[in-house]
Design a protein around this ligand. Structure first.
Ligand SMILES: Nc1ncnc2c1ncn2[C@@H]1O[C@H](COP(=O)(O)OP(=O)(O)OP(=O)(O)O)[C@@H](O)[C@H]1O
Length: 508
């Protein structure tokens, strides 16, 4: 039998949109199969049907050649299908083992036999090189390790078909390399894998074949070895994609943001940012490069008002904002594309319209004498939806929750840029976006710069920082290691600085 899974002629409709229209996906035993498509193309929907969370309106799913009806996730689990979701489903004050066995706890008499469960977890961890500590609490382990707990949940239930929904979006570069190795190990043990990812480099690194869908339709399946990244990108978006950012040299003007000797405490109540100095001028993009957790979040939170400043001062256009509340900082001209789009970016139960005016609903032109002016709000939101290509079944009146992850991100970016800020802080702005959307967002950041705005870009993707920024500030352990002109540096130098080696700071 060649295929372990076949999804044939699958159709799924949501209000106002056909999310999957006659889609085919065939998974060979022992392969890593990438599923590629633009934001909102229908990838998660397709996988949700394979995992029994939705039912197809039409089409057939076959497991080892036999048709199956996967009516809910328990059925999927019983059939040996497991899924690691984009947002993990772990109980934070439970141990790894307690999470792994949740719902199928082994019993000794009437009590839970956690020791035998922990033993099995340790065995599986050893076998697949996962390194999971059976007794560690979820809240004490890294995101990468939490993901391994999710993988372990599948293995503990003897899953043979493993679905990964954008697994690398939340990982550091090192964790990504480790995950790739883990996946290869899983294949060696006879598992078959479907991976959703927007990163063509990753597809090239691990996948055997790649199926592409565009706007809910099946485009084709290719052999990864013999297909270039550019070819896959073209299949996905239907046009050639420019991976390099076109921009002229910056012509910076007056200083917009000044961070002067700022120190803040991190969540562990130790200094997360130490005597930090940074200036971002009108008409330039300054990128912050660093390994995750080296002070980037603390810096952004100190500027936006989400974290108290212990020492030092922050200025916007010479006006001190060190102790101003968040709302006043927005008034001073700061816009912020936050790291976590679901927690800080959007209210998921609100429509796109409501989300687009979150910070300004009580102001003209959106309200008058305390009454909201819906036609004005609708028109404003629709303008952002159109300009930023936010794909939503019911236009601007779609609830944010019904948007695909990438489209949620595009909506936030649109909202913040539309504020026409003096300083735009973009934290991981293209996380989870397809290559076509990344190209577009990068263009918009450069456009802001060319309009004379100051842009602060924080990204864990070194390629992105190098591609988009005019100057790069490198952080390590909460300290500024140095600032370099992008034109005079390279990946190696930045890499060394990220590891704490002081670089050339003459152009600071
Ligand atoms: N529960 C739902 N209700 C209404 N519309 C939905 C629902 N789930 C998905 N959609 C819509 O179906 C389309 C496909 O969404 P899906 O999440 O499958 O895309 P995706 O390819 O996974 O995108 P991304 O890469 O951005 O995560 C989108 O237009 C989305 O808005």
């Amino acid at each position: 039998m060649e295929y372990v899974i076949e999804m044939l002629g699958i159709r799924k409709e949501f209000p106002g949109i056909v999310a999957n229209d006659n889609i085919t996906l065939q998974l060979r035993k022992g392969e890593i199969h990438a599923l590629l498509g633009e934001n909102g193309a229908g990838k998660s929907t397709l996988m949700s049907m394979l995992f029994g969370m939705y039912q197809p309106d039409k089409g057939q799913i076959k497991l080892n050649g036999k048709e199956v009806k996967i009516t809910n996730p328990n059925v999927a689990t019983a059939l040996g299908i497991g899924m690691v979701h984009q947002h993990f489903k772990l109980v934070h004050n439970f141990t790894t083992t307690e999470n792994i066995v949740l719902g199928i706890e082994p019993k000794k008499g009437l009590t839970m036999d956690i020791a035998s469960a922990a033993k099995r977890v340790a065995e599986l961890s050893e076998k697949y090189g996962l390194n999971v500590d059976p007794y560690a609490k979820i809240e004490d382990i890294t995101v990468g390790m939490q993901q391994r707990v999710e993988i372990m949940k599948m293995l503990y239930r003897d899953a043979n078909i493993l679905i990964f929904d954008e697994p690398t979006a939340v990982l550091t570069p090192q964790e990504i390399d480790d995950l790739m190795e883990i996946m290869k190990g899983l294949i060696k043990e006879g598992k078959s894998i479907i991976i959703i990812t927007h990163k063509l480099k990753e597809i090239k690194a691990v996948a055997d074949r790649c199926s592409v869908i565009r706007r809910g339709k099946y485009i084709g399946t290719v052999d990864v070895k013999t297909t270039s990244e550019a070819e896959m990108a073209k299949m996905m978006v239907g046009r050639n994609v420019n991976f390099k950012v076109d921009k002229t040299p910056a012509t910076p003007k007056e200083t917009i943001l000044k961070v002067d000797n700022v120190s803040v405490l991190n969540n562990k109540k130790v200094l997360g940012l130490k005597n930090f100095n940074l200036e971002v001028r009108a008409g330039e993009i300054v990128g912050i490069a660093g390994v995750e957790g080296n002070g980037q979040s603390e810096l952004v939170e100190a500027i936006t008002g989400l974290r108290k400043i212990e020492e030092g001062k922050v200025f916007i256009k010479n006006k001190e904002i060190t102790s101003l509340p968040i709302r006043d900082r927005i008034e001073s001209g700061i816009a912020h594309i936050p790291e976590d789009r679901q927690k800080r970016g959007l209210v998921l139960d609100y429509t796109i319209e409501e989300n687009m005016i979150l910070e300004r609903f009580n102001k003209a032109p959106f309200s008058k004498h305390g009454i909201l002016k819906f036609p004005v709000i609708r028109e404003y939101a629709q303008k952002i939806v159109d300009a930023f290509d936010v794909r939503a079944g019911q236009g601007a009146s779609t609830p944010a929750r019904a948007l695909s992850g990438g489209n949620q991100q595009k909506a936030i970016i649109g909202r913040e840029i539309e504020l026409n800020p003096e300083l735009l802080i973009a934290v991981q702005p293209t996380r989870g976006l397809d290559v076509g959307s990344i190209e577009y967002i990068h263009k918009r950041l450069v456009e802001q710069r060319d309009k004379g705005k100051a842009v602060l870009l924080v990204s864990l993707e070194l390629d992105e920082v190098l591609n988009v920024s005019d100057r790069i500030a490198v952080v390590n352990a909460g300290e500024l290691i140095g600032i370099v002109d992008t034109a005079n540096t390279n990946e190696n130098e930045i890499g060394l600085m990220m590891a704490g080696v002081k670089g050339d700071t003459t152009n600071e």
